[in-house]
Design a protein around this ligand. Structure first.
Ligand SMILES: Cc1cc2nc3c(=O)[nH]c(=O)nc-3n(C[C@H](O)[C@H](O)[C@H](O)COP(=O)(O)OP(=O)(O)OC[C@H]3O[C@@H](n4cnc5c(N)ncnc54)[C@H](O)[C@@H]3O)c2cc1C
Length: 285
């Protein structure tokens, strides 16, 4: 289908974009890579009168070193984030997750910020961003504010970004030397996961000193598997110890039931994927 007619504006600064957002309010929608918004417009699930394109705002693009964290601009494409040497060195989990995200065409158009702002519980970036303790920076008429990862994802397709705000960057704490793995369970390659698990671990010898585990599609938002993380800390990186911790993965989750599988099936898959992800992150996969 063809989208309903809309007016189009492509500002070159965040301030101009915010002014357009303030002027058109509920009648406006931001477009980043368009990989999620365009299908929505084409199916006429949304028909904004104004579309505000962030694609010409250069300041929103790129990855830079922020000291103890990386700064990933909201308009950086999945392709550019996935190939970035800083991301590979300091936030390997994100590099790993992006290798599983969609196909090359989508990765060249879709953006890091667009995917996180879209807040699809089956999206591949929420769980790694959450597991790494990311902070989300938004800009609005009142200035800039930082939203901790734990508060960013509110519900299905809903974040803490207000209607008059734009996500400008994501700050990802460095996890130098941590192993990482993203295990995605799909029926068809390049699809959204039925369940996926993001795991990153810091080893001291053969012991898992610290672990961080995020879950995709195990609830209405990406989740942290705190029970698994606590059970792994200080344990040997062995198949038995990891399997014991992975058995706790369903704690606090509320997985959906759909044509791909019911909630119990997803709980089972999550247990298997968690064991695989943690072992692979620990170099034992
Ligand atoms: C065929 C196909 C396969 C895909 N497979 C996967 C997959 O396997 N895994 C996966 O995770 N994703 C997948 N995607 C989605 C893809 O990752 C999109 O890039 C992503 O969901 C949206 O990013 P975008 O930049 O295209 O955002 P857009 O589609 O432009 O915007 C998405 C939403 O976010 C809002 N928004 C965008 N940027 C901002 C901002 N800076 N501030 C505030 N709000 C903003 C928009 O208003 C809109 O509501 C797939 C998409 C397609 C078309």
């Amino acid at each position: 289908m063809i989208p309903a007619a809309f007016e189009y504006v492509a500002p070159t600064s965040v301030e101009e974009a915010l002014a357009a957002l303030a002027e058109h309010g509920d009648d406006a929608k931001i477009i980043a890579g368009g990989q999620s918004l365009l299908p929505v417009l084409r199916m006429r699930l949304n028909a904004p009168e104004w579309v505000i394109d962030l694609g010409r705002i250069d300041s929103l693009r790129g990855v830079r070193d922020g000291g103890d964290h990386l700064v990933i601009g909201a308009m950086t494409t999945h392709h550019d984030v996935g190939r970035d040497p800083l991301v590979h060195e300091h936030a390997l989990l994100i590099s790993k997750a992006i290798t599983h995200l969609a196909d090359a065409q989508v990765r060249h158009r879709g953006t890091f910020g667009g995917a996180l702002a879209h807040a699809d519980p089956a999206g591949d970036l929420g769980a790694p961003a959450l597991a790494l303790g990311s902070t989300f920076v938004v800009q609005g008429p009142g200035g800039t504010r930082e939203i901790p990862g734990a508060d960013f994802f509110v519900d299905l397709f809903e974040t803490a970004i207000s209607d008059d705000e734009i996500l400008t960057e994501v700050r990802v704490p460095k996890h130098d030397g941590w192993g990482a793995s993203y295990e995605k369970f799909v029926r068809i390659a390049h699809q959204w996961p039925i369940v996926a698990v993001a795991a990153t671990v810091r080893l001291e010898g053969d012991t898992i000193a610290e672990a961080r585990v995020g879950l995709t599609n195990m609830g209405s938002t990406p989740l942290r598997a705190h029970a698994v993380e606590e059970a792994l800390a200080g344990r040997p990186a062995t198949e038995d110890a990891v399997a014991g911790a992975a058995a706790l993965v369903a704690d606090g989750t509320n997985p959906p039931s759909d044509l791909n599988g019911d909630a119990d099936y997803r709980r089972h898959i999550a247990t298997v994927m968690t064991r695989r992800a943690v072992l692979a992150a620990a170099g034992r996969g």
